[in-house]
Design a protein around this ligand. Structure first.
Ligand code: 2HG
Ligand code: ZN
Length: 452
């Protein structure tokens, strides 16, 4: 491929080729999707992104937009030798406003850096997930990332007040004014959040911040049965106003985490089910928790651990956050990120094992996730990575009980064949027409969301 024009646009340091390209760009985080590319491009600003995409449009050259490459559905993997457009060098936080609680950032800034900038301003950014130090803010916008605090602050779409993006013809669209009220036609941020780089490349965003908590407490609870745990989830959601996360994991996942990372389990007798409840708010948090209906459970249970400072909270959170790494250190997992409708979680848990066993009797099944949102991460080890039979039956089952086949990770390439489990033919056709409007030559992330 003739790359000279791109080198002229980006400068020699803005294009890397062949021997400098490593798997961090061409393989997805799970290790399941391995691609290749002639070059990784590093624009420094929106104008360069626009020039690159004008060239790609004129020459019908496909590009895969990429942030931190921490996605889990092959959404940023060049499976057909596409160019990679990395936003990694667009790392300026351009404006911070401590009065209105907003900031404007380039897309390549990590989520962790946005969180820190918000804290410095006396505010907080309401999205958190374990890949915070590598995931880029642009990637979290492109995938409408969820994470652990959705039940309190909503997903990424709710934090984006304005954005700027470059379409598949190189046109720059959007605005960064961040007006609280603006009903002037279609809502571009809403549409582009979650579009997975198939409509436009997000270059900058204005984000809303939320009030910084004065106190934060993490509480780990252990249960014998799922039913008991789900009762606590209901109480927490309804009556604990300070709740910011309500996470679930199980005995086999915790045991793998402790083995892989040499952690001491929270208590000597393992529980079957664990809930991690995180609360944050103004001072007096302990009093408010002890007056909430959760207090009864905390007093009666032998299996409770509290963390009220950064170190002890982190210790508790590691049990949950290290699940992904512990599983990946054991094998290449089949990852199915699903939402179960309200009231059907018990039903789901009762049947999921049999669904998986119907395909592979020896498979290892790990379940964990965001219980407060009904979002469960189904991780399966055993079936060959390229054999998708187990993926299909699990997603079919989820769709059959009214759930979503992608709660927060997106469709990417991993779930493109199953989009119709949740979307009608006419919806998919409409999606395709929207794509053509933004990307008439089909050069932006081809193969993601839609089967070609
Ligand atoms: C999490 O909640 C992430 O930890 C990753 O969404 C989930 O590894 C997974 O399946
Ligand atoms: Zn998650």
């Amino acid at each position: 491929m003739e790359l000279q024009t791109l080198k002229n646009i980006l400068g020699p340091e803005g294009v890397i080729t062949n021997k400098d390209i490593h798997g961090g760009y061409t393989t997805d985080w799970t290790g399941r999707y391995i691609g290749s590319t002639p070059a990784v491009l590093f624009p420094k600003d929106t104008a360069q992104v626009s020039q690159v995409l004008q060239w790609c449009f004129a020459n019908s050259v496909a590009v895969i937009p990429q942030g931190g490459n921490t996605g889990m559905v092959g959404g940023a993997t060049p499976l057909n030798g596409e160019l990679i457009l990395s936003l990694k060098k667009m790392t300026n936080i351009e404006e911070t406003d401590g009065v209105s609680g907003q900031l404007v950032t380039q897309a390549g800034v990590t989520l962790g850096d946005v969180q820190q900038a918000a804290i410095k301003l006396g505010w907080k950014y309401g999205v958190d997930l374990s890949a915070r130090d590598s995931a880029s803010i642009g990637g979290t916008i492109a995938t409408n990332a969820g994470g652990s605090q959705v039940l309190r602050y909503g997903n990424t779409r709710r934090q984006v007040l304005g954005l700027e993006a470059v379409t598949g013809t190189g046109e720059v669209v959007g605005d960064l004014r961040g007006l609280a009220k603006d009903n002037t036609g279609y809502h571009l941020p809403g549409l582009l959040c979650g579009s997975e780089g198939t409509l436009a490349v997000v270059t900058r965003a204005r984000l809303r911040l939320v009030n910084a908590p004065e106190e934060e407490i993490s509480i780990l609870l252990g249960f014998e049965s799922l039913q008991e745990a789900l009762r606590v989830v209901e109480v927490v959601k309804k009556d604990l106003y300070d709740v910011q996360a309500c996470e679930i994991f199980f005995r086999n996942g915790l045991s793998l985490v402790c083995d892989q990372f040499g952690l001491t389990p929270p208590w000597s007798t393992p529980s079957n089910v664990y809930l991690l409840v995180d609360a944050a708010g103004q001072s007096g948090l302990v009093d408010r928790i002890s007056q909430s209906p959760l207090a009864g459970f905390l007093e009666s249970s032998k299996y409770v651990a509290f963390g009220s400072d950064a170190v002890s909270r982190k210790r508790i959170w590691r049990y949950r956050e290290l699940h992904t790494e512990a599983i990946s250190a054991t094998g290449v997992p089949h990852k199915l990120d699903v939402t179960i409708p309200h009231g059907r979680l018990a039903d789901f848990y009762d049947n999921i094992e049999a669904v998986v066993r119907s395909i592979d009797n020896d498979a290892q099944l790990f379940l964990f996730g965001h219980a407060g949102d009904g979002n469960i991460h189904v991780n399966i080890l055993g079936p060959e990575p390229e054999d998708l039979t187990v993926d299909k039956v699990v997603l079919e089952f989820v769709a059959s009980i009214g759930g979503s086949i992608s709660a927060e990770h997106g469709i990417g390439r991993a779930k493109a064949s199953y989009l119709h489990f949740n979307r009608t033919d006419s919806e998919i056709e409409l999606f395709r027409r929207v794509k053509v409007a933004f990307d008439p030559a089909g050069i932006l992330n081809p193969g993601a969301i839609f089967n070609k």
